[in-house]
Design a protein around this ligand. Structure first.
Ligand SMILES: NC(=O)c1ccc[n+]([C@@H]2O[C@H](COP(=O)([O-])OP(=O)(O)OC[C@H]3O[C@@H](n4cnc5c(N)ncnc54)[C@H](OP(=O)(O)O)[C@@H]3O)[C@@H](O)[C@H]2O)c1
Length: 367
């Protein structure tokens, strides 16, 4: 069969990750003349840029200003699918949003031959039925699209591809554990450092927000759900039928009294009243010569999945993490007592987009 002359790339989302992806796509398109990569559609939640003849909408710096001044509304997801399917070329959908609606549409795109690449966790960590619907179709028959989502766990770190390789080559994963949230990593590395006393909890949360490490409302990080979603994805890939990210114990660091305050700002304002709770936890760990960290773990033998605070010796690799780094350890039969450890920046536009762009390369190798 003759190689495809061109592949259409349709991008939903042009925020922190989306913008970095566009510049990496520009690099890739220049570096890799065949098949020609054509950015034929891009949208945010309010605006879109595309041409009826599927011609390239422009390079990254230009297309962002075209997008900002566009008067076109985004196509609905079924219309976007029709638009892509009607072209003579293969097409890839890049979902750079955190939208559940877009995630829910993946099976529809895959079934019509459109591959999907995304850092969006929602499709893989929500209902088990959506997971089943996606993987029943992805690559399942000639003409079906393929799905890749490396950056949905650990940003660009090769976490998902490594776990898939372990499982597909017949290794037996016994345990997965680590620090899965850049925000939590940053907070605990500065609240309970291995040397020195660290700051007050509420001050560290405020600082993390000011540095852009937290969601606009820090409770969206402190509720532990982001870590629970990542463990759901890894657990499912390792073979556990996890029902949802709320089907196992997840420790929330939001004081009960502040769960329902109206805004993130009000939450931050009242958080100092609860500093003593976190201080007690830190002191209890210090008395044992340890530090406290927010971690997640999956025990494959007992099928136990949990997310929350744990104490670690100061010499433990998890205790010594720096900044907002992630660390994910895979314990397997082959690796024995020396787990396979992946460590590095687990957040940030450029590194997350790298995972997306390298997934696009995997799609290109398949189609
Ligand atoms: N940033 C990181 O370090 C990181 C790391 C790992 C994974 N991720 C994941 O990467 C994804 C993108 O993150 P981000 O930081 O780039 O987010 P972001 O800066 O908030 O950007 C999101 C983009 O998606 C658009 N969007 C949202 N809902 C949409 C919809 N229904 N239809 C069309 N466009 C929609 C937004 O448009 P509007 O501006 O018009 O709303 C915006 O352009 C998320 O799933 C996130 O969890 C991010």
């Amino acid at each position: 069969m003759a190689p495809a002359r061109q592949v259409l790339v349709a991008v939903i989302g042009a925020g922190g990750v989306g913008k970095c992806f566009l510049s990496q796509l520009e690099f890739l398109a220049k570096k890799r003349p065949s098949p020609k990569l054509v950015l034929s559609y891009i949208c945010t939640s309010k605006k879109a840029v595309y041409n009826d003849d599927y011609s390239d909408v422009g390079l990254s710096s230009d297309v962002l200003s075209t997008l900002a001044s566009s008067s076109k509304a985004p196509l609905s997801l079924p219309k976007l699918l029709d638009y892509l399917v009607k072209s003579d070329s293969k097409a890839v959908l890049i979902d750079n949003t955190s939208s559940q609606d877009v995630a829910d549409a993946y099976p529809m795109f895959l079934a019509r031959g459109i591959s999907v690449v995304t850092p969006n966790k929602k499709a893989f960590s929500g209902s088990r039925q959506l997971w089943i619907d996606i993987f029943n179709v992805s690559g399942a028959y000639p003409g079906a699209g393929h799905v890749f989502h490396e950056s949905s766990v650990g940003a660009g770190l090769p976490v998902i591809s490594t776990l898939k390789d372990l499982v597909q080559t017949g290794d037996e994963v016994t345990k997965i554990e680590g620090v899965f949230s850049g925000t939590m990593s940053f907070l605990f590395n500065s609240f309970a450092p291995t040397s020195g006393s660290g700051g007050k909890w509420s001050e560290e949360v405020k600082k993390a927000k000011e540095l852009g490490y937290t969601e606009p409302d820090p409770r969206d990080d402190l509720n532990g759900l982001d870590v629970a979603r990542k463990l759901t994805i890894l657990g499912r890939l390792a073979g556990l039928p996890i029902e949802s990210p709320t089907s196992f114990p997840v420790q929330s660091l939001i004081p009960k009294e502040l769960e329902s305050v109206a805004s993130g700002d009000e939450f931050l304002q009242k958080l100092p009243e609860f500093d003593s709770q976190m201080e007690e936890i830190k002191t209890a760990a210090e008395k044992e010569g340890k530090v406290v960290r927010f971690v997640g773990s999956i025990d494959m033998a007992t099928k136990e999945v949990k997310v929350g605070l744990e104490k670690f010796d100061r010499s433990h690799p998890i205790a010594g993490l720096k900044g907002s780094n992630n660390m994910i350890s895979f314990y397997t039969k082959r690796y024995g007592d020396s787990p396979l450890i992946i460590q590095g920046a687990g957040a940030g536009g450029e590194v997350t987009a790298m995972g997306v762009t390298s997934d696009l390369l995997k799609v290109l190798a398949q189609i």
